[in-house]
Design a protein. Structure first.
Length: 223
């Protein structure tokens, strides 16, 4: 089934040539604004309160918006790179055909959000919140996810490749086809029942077996 297959292809953003985008400036932003075919670069929007933004197709780069409150954000067909939205509140966001590259999302609140065909590469997502979010055809590559909270999220088919997931939370998740191979899961807080169907590698097995309350002993220990 495509919904749970870790090999399912992720659809890329449908972007026109960058030269086709008109210039864009900070005063153009407003709550519930809709922005299509724009190149948003180098803006400083720290602490801004802009609920209901609809963005895309778009290129977004070098934007600084730490602590911004952009609830119910909608982003479609967009590439985001080298941005800083640490501790932003994006509760209830919807991301579809989005690529996020080398950006800082430390402590971002993305709970109750929808991710469809989304790839995050080399991003800082430590202590990010994804509770009760739904992921469909999504991949995290080389991301810092230490302390991230995925409790009650639908992670079926999501790929975590080469990520630092130490101390992350995954209680009450849906995990069929979730692929954790090559990621550091030491200290992962998880409900072993809801990890059923996840894909792991040999190096992760010992720790995850401990979550089951099992003890591994060699045959030489037999009395």
């Amino acid at each position: 089934m495509a919904r749970t297959s870790p090999a399912a292809a992720i659809a890329p953003p449908d972007l026109p040539h960058p030269l086709d985008y008109p210039p864009f400036s900070e005063p153009m932003f407003s709550a519930h604004g809709q922005y299509e075919d724009v190149n948003i670069k180098g803006l400083i929007l720290s602490g801004s309160n802009l609920p209901g933004l609809v963005i895309g197709p778009a290129l977004i780069s070098q934007v600084r918006a730490p602590g911004a409150k952009w609830r119910d954000l909608r982003i479609t067909d967009t590439r985001v790179s080298t941005c800083d939205v640490a501790n932003a509140d994006w509760t209830g966001a919807s991301l579809q055909r989005v690529v996020i590259l080398e950006s800082r999302l430390t402590g971002v609140n993305l709970s109750e959000s929808r991710f469809n065909n989304v790839r995050l590469t080399r991003c800082k997502l430590d202590n990010a919140a994804f509770q009760r979010s739904r992921f469909d055809r999504c991949r995290f590559v080389g991301c810092d996810l230490r302390g991230a909270d995925f409790d009650a999220a639908d992670l079926r088919g999501v790929v975590f490749r080469g990520c630092d997931m130490r101390g992350a939370r995954m209680m009450g998740i849906r995990a069929a086809g979730m692929d954790l191979r090559c990621s550091d899961v030491d200290g992962l807080a998880a409900d072993i029942q809801t990890l059923r169907g996840a894909i792991i590698d040999h190096s992760q097995a010992a720790y995850l077996i401990q979550l089951c309350g099992l003890t591994i002993m060699s045959r030489s220990d037999l009395e």
